[in-house]
Write a protein that binds this ligand. Sequence first.
Ligand SMILES: NC(=O)c1ccc[n+]([C@@H]2O[C@H](COP(=O)([O-])OP(=O)(O)OC[C@H]3O[C@@H](n4cnc5c(N)ncnc54)[C@H](OP(=O)(O)O)[C@@H]3O)[C@@H](O)[C@H]2O)c1
Length: 246
Amino acid sequence: MSWDQRTALVTGGSRGIGRSIALKLAQQGIAVAVNYRGNTAAAQETQDLIRSHGGQCALYPADVSDADQAQSLVNTVVKDWGHLDILVNNAGITRDTLVLRMRMEDWDRVIATNLTGVFACTRAALRPMLKQRFGRIVTISSIAGLLGNAGQANYSAAKAGVIGLMRSVAREVASRQITANVVAPGIIDTEMAHQMTPEAYNQLLSQVPLGRAGRPEDVADAVWFLVQADYITGQTLVVDGGLVMD
Ligand SMILES: NC(=O)c1ccc[n+]([C@@H]2O[C@H](COP(=O)([O-])OP(=O)(O)OC[C@H]3O[C@@H](n4cnc5c(N)ncnc54)[C@H](OP(=O)(O)O)[C@@H]3O)[C@@H](O)[C@H]2O)c1
């Protein structure tokens, strides 16, 4: 099947990195289902952008932290498009504060969206992918999941968690030609990055060997690379201008 016969679901595709990923996939001819939680105006902008480039796109509001909504999101996409070939788990939130000040609801909210949401969407997408014996799953983690980050214990735990989750999924479904990989971005210029204090942002930026913040397109390029890759699974691709070098 050529890429212009494939379909993709991008969670959190209304803004930021998710918007760039949705556009990148649509530019390859892939029909893209854009999920978002509540920002319909931003989602509409993404749809307009994709259509202005000649791409196919439809909008699917759902809260991925709710397993029932995640399941019906995937069911609806499969019903509308006939199949689901690519899942990009991109939706994410932050609730930053130091551990001693972190309320259980800050912990729970971030784990529910950034870790449980990825599990719920992945589990739902696997059924159609297993049947068709093809699938590409790419999950957006963060360098916080590799290094940890002061003030982001909840976020770092979730972002480390998705790496273990994707490695397990990769092993479970490799025999059906389904791959599961991770992209771990560093500082990427979106609304989320600018929730950091300017001091924290500039301090982190000063440590980036390539000397600039990443663009959402830098992450989208890595996602597209992993979508095309037939023989790469269970891997984490770091897109951070050289901040983390293992
Ligand atoms: N920006 C960075 O520096 C950076 C670095 C490393 C990793 N990341 C990761 O990259 C991903 C995208 O980040 P971003 O910077 O593009 O964030 P962003 O600009 O804040 O956008 C977040 C997106 O996620 C959606 N979303 C949030 N909660 C959701 C939920 N429960 N259900 C469905 N959609 C939900 C939002 O939808 P609405 O528009 O409806 O709110 C929005 O589309 C996240 O996983 C983030 O952790 C970002």
